[in-house]
Design a binder for this molecule. Structure first.
Ligand code: IDP
Ligand code: MG
Length: 136
C-alpha cells in the first residue's frame, strides 16, 4: 500500500486546524500510520526543502516554517500521494479551489509569504525520502 508524508504547518497548528485536517483524512478513509508534534530545526528544513534552498523566497519559508510547532505524519492508502495532493489544493491559496484544505482554510497574504496549512509529498521518490528523513 502506498504511503505519503504530510505536515500540518505552523499556521495550521496556531489556528487550531489540526482536528479539521485530520478529520478530512479519516473521512476520506486513509490510514493515519504516524502522527507527531515537532519543532522544526533549520537543518531539518534545509534537508526537507533541498530543492528550494537556493530560491530567493527561501528565507520566507524558513521564518514561516520555524514560527511554531508543526504536526507531521504518514498516511497510507491506495494512490494516497496523488489523492493527498488533490485534497491539499494548489500551492498558492488564491489558486486553491473551495473543497480543498488550502482553498477552505487559507487565503493569500500580502507580505510575500505563502502560508498554506499543509505539506504533502509530490512523488513516490519524495514520499520515501521525506518519510525516511523525518521518521528515522
Ligand atoms: P507545495 O507545498 O504545493 O508542494 P512547493 O513549490 O514545493 O509547493 O513549495 C513549498 C512551499 O514553499 C509552499 O507550500 C509554500 O509554503 C512555500 N512557497 C512556495 N512558493 C513560494 C513563493 O513564491 N514565496 C514564498 N513562499 C513560497
Ligand atoms: Mg512541494
Amino acid at each position: 500500500m502506498e504511503k505519503t508524508f504530510f505536515i500540518i504547518k505552523p499556521d495550521g497548528v496556531r489556528r487550531s486546524l489540526i482536528g479539521h485536517v485530520i478529520a478530512r483524512v479519516e473521512i476520506r478513509g486513509f490510514t493515519l500510520e504516524k502522527l507527531e508534534m515537532r519543532d522544526v530545526s533549520r537543518e531539518m528544513l534545509d534537508r526537507h526543502y533541498a530543492d528550494l534552498v537556493d530560491k530567493p523566497f527561501y528565507p520566507e519559508i524558513v521564518s514561516y516554517m520555524t514560527s511554531g510547532p508543526v504536526v507531521i505524519g504518514v498516511l497510507k492508502g491506495s494512490d494516497v500521494i496523488h489523492s493527498w495532493r488533490k485534497m491539499m489544493g494548489a500551492t498558492n491559496p488564491s489558486d486553491a479551489l473551495p473543497g480543498t484544505i488550502r482553498g477552505d482554510f487559507a487565503h493569500a497574504s500580502d507580505d510575500g509569504s505563502v502560508e498554506n496549512i499543509v505539506h504533502g509529498s509530490d512523488s513516490t521518490e519524495s514520499a520515501a525520502r521525506e518519510i525516511a528523513l523525518w521518521f528515522n
